[in-house]
Each structure stands twice: as structure tokens, then as C-alpha cells.
Design a protein around this ligand. Sequence first.
Ligand code: PGA
Length: 267
Amino acid sequence: MTDPAAVGVGPLWVGTSWKMNKGVTEARLYARGLSEYTSRTDLSGVQPFIIPSFTAVAAARDELGAGSPVLLGVQNAHWEDHGAWTGEVSVMQAKDAGAQLVEIGHSERREHFGETVATTRLKVAAVLAHGLVPLLCVGESAEVKRAGDSSGFILEQAAGALDGLPADQLGRVLIAYEPIWAIGENGRPATVEELREPFADLGREYGGRTRGLLYGGSVSLDNAEDLLGIDHVTGLFIGRAAWHLPGYLRLLEVAAAHRKATGSAGG
Ligand code: PGA
């Protein structure tokens, strides 16, 4: 596996969380196909990552193999290493199973599983302490957007989890901006215009100080290229459009072509 610390400077991060989908067999097939693809494809300037369910992480690790350019993640992890936390999986256990990246604070976890700004903060710290990459998700509801406070809301979520981190640790963090109104079956794809301001504000605060600023929410082949062109966007965090391997591979190709054409992220 690639050492996350050794990932080249400034790639476009393009990855997918499978959410609560795929068993071990399906995960194996996907990871094997992805591994075959990356072994024969030049994806320089692009950092792929996949985030299976906990049950499939070890299988995906085995299929990707040592030295894979694909980073492997988990969708959540507890901040304590071990203890009486029934039903939880710690960052340490996730790392032991092969995870190199931990998703934190997805809106589905905030809405349904009691994730708070305080717990995202604990999790970011634990992930950094174990040398993994935190992928912090932030995003506002349609209501907050209607009230005209999208940027204030997401900056507050980010600051709540990240304020006070030393520069070197902040530099290991990925932030994904995922407006809730744009996510999933009931989501409406965001327009480029709608995303310019939140990314300008995130960019002002975190651009160049973090590892990357990703966009997520109804990313597809129809909008990927335009999304990558938004200032400060340095990656895509994809759900449904990448659950089928060919869809993910095509999105990786869009990012690689974008990178080649612009020579830098967010261009
Ligand atoms: P979606 O999911 O691409 O299916 O909208 C995005 C996400 O929740 O990260």
C-alpha cells in the first residue's frame, strides 16, 4: 500500500464511499478490477481512494495488494483505541484491517447517528495520531442554504473539528464539502455557480493549508469536469456514480485528463 505520507504533492483526490453497500465478494471483484486498471493506466496527478464497509476492508486490502496507488478508507471510526464501546470500531482497528484514510462527519452520520462537531474533532485527532488521513465532511442543509448562510455553516463545522491543529497536522487533512441538498437519490446536483462562493470561502481558510478540498454530492460524468474547474476544488468524493467500477474508472479518467490539461488542481 502507498504510505499516505508519501503521496505526491497536490494530486486531485478522486474517491468513493460505498456507504452501506457491497459484501465481501462484490468488494473483492471491484478492488481486483480497480487494481488491474491502475496497474496498466497512467493516473499521475490523481489519487484514487475507495471506502468500503468495515466488513470488506480487509478483502479490499488483499485485492489491492502491497504498494497499490489506491488508498483504502473506512466510513467512520471511534476515537478511543479500545474499550467498552459496543458496536464501534476504533481507528486503531481500522488501521489494522488496512485502512489508510478515515471518513469523518458525513451528513448521514451527523443526521442519523449522533455525530457532532465535538465527536468529529475527537475523531480527527485520533486519525492523525495514528498517522492516517482524515477526510472531514462538511455541508449545510437546504434550510441553511435558503437562509443564505452556507459558508458560515460549513466554516463553523470545519473550524469545530480542526481549530488549533498544528500546521503539519492540518496539512494532512482532507475536507469534503458535501451540501446535504445535493447528496443521494433525493439530492439535486449543485450548479457550478452555487459552489463558487463556498469554495472561495473554504479556499481562503483552508486552501494550501490542508491536503485538499473535495466536492461531493451527485457527482457524475455529466458534471465532473465542470466541478474540477471550480477554484480551490482539488478532488471529488463520489457516491452512486462510482459504485459500479466502470463508472469510477471513467471518473478517474476525467480527473486525469483535467489534470493533464490544466497542469494544476482547481484550474
Ligand atoms: P452521491 O453521494 O454521489 O450518491 O450523491 C455523495 C456522498 O454522500 O458522499
